[in-house]
Design a protein around this ligand. Structure first.
Ligand SMILES: [Zn+2]
Length: 255
């Protein structure tokens, strides 16, 4: 199957190829990941996720169409009826803040939403690059975040949300597809009305060890995905709570 914009988010594409978000799902909970790929489980779309899509639509130059396709971003009641909901007014402040920042705009300049595909660790992968600039030698992912300097159990938001994995995989897929080794950047902006922004280089000190780690983890994922090995329940996620038995006898130190 050839991946394109129409089938990128389809279950068929998920069955045939690996993506970084799918990889992360496998690590979180194998049972939930398999159910999702088989169309038996659909996680609820979070409001934060739609906000991210709003900012991406702006970056791609398709914001007006996005607004038409997503009526839920408008208030339907009270004095604000018909206006953008508060979080999307914030989104507008965020995009204006990016527009005013020459450096951010430099790193958001290039081909937008480019599909990349290739083979890594013996399986097919797909990805979508927010900004690809082959001439200047970089690619960029635009991320919204609660706080650029916020830590999650000692980790930065880039490590915590698996963005290093994403950049490591994308770098390799771009190498295969375009024959060029590009430098990965993240343009990050906070989700608030006076957002801090940053341009972050995701260099090889981070991507090389992560790439090796993916190689080590993927063997089991392939086996489980192909049905050779049975899935293991994580025992705590929303899917396991609904479908699987989660009650087990724990020691206090397991909590
Ligand atoms: Zn689970």
């Amino acid at each position: 199957m050839r991946i394109n914009k129409e089938n990128y988010y389809s279950l068929e594409a998920d069955k045939e190829t690996m993506s970084v978000s799918q990889y992360k799902l496998w690590l979180q909970c194998e049972s939930r990941a398999l159910a999702k790929i088989n169309g038996k489980y659909e996680p609820a779309e979070k409001e934060a996720f739609i906000l991210g899509k709003y900012i991406h639509a702006w970056n791609e130059g398709t914001l007006e169409q996005f607004k038409l396709d997503n009526p839920s971003i408008y208030s339907t009641r009270g004095a604000t009826k018909g206006q953008l909901k508060a979080e999307y007014q914030t989104a507008n402040i965020m995009t204006r803040s990016l527009e005013k920042d020459e450096n951010c705009m430099k790193f958001l300049n290039g081909q937008k939403e480019v599909i990349i595909q290739g083979e890594l660790f013996g399986i097919k992968w797909r990805g979508m690059v927010d900004v690809l600039n082959l001439e200047k030698g970089f690619f960029t992912d635009l991320k919204t975040t609660q706080g650029i300097h916020k830590k999650y159990g000692g980790l930065t938001f880039i490590e915590h949300y698996g963005y290093v994995e994403q950049m490591a995989i994308y770098r390799e897929l771009i190498k295969q597809q375009f024959g060029k080794d590009l430098i990965p950047y993240i343009v990050a902006i906070e989700k608030n009305d006076n957002p801090l922004k940053a341009i972050i280089k995701v260099d090889e000190r981070y991507t090389i060890p992560k790439f090796e780690e993916i190689g080590a983890n993927i063997e089991r994922i392939i086996k489980v995905k192909r049905g050779i090995e049975k899935t293991i329940d994580c025992g705590i996620c929303d899917y396991c709570r609904k479908v699987n038995k989660v009650t087990q006898i724990l020691a206090i130190e397991d909590l």
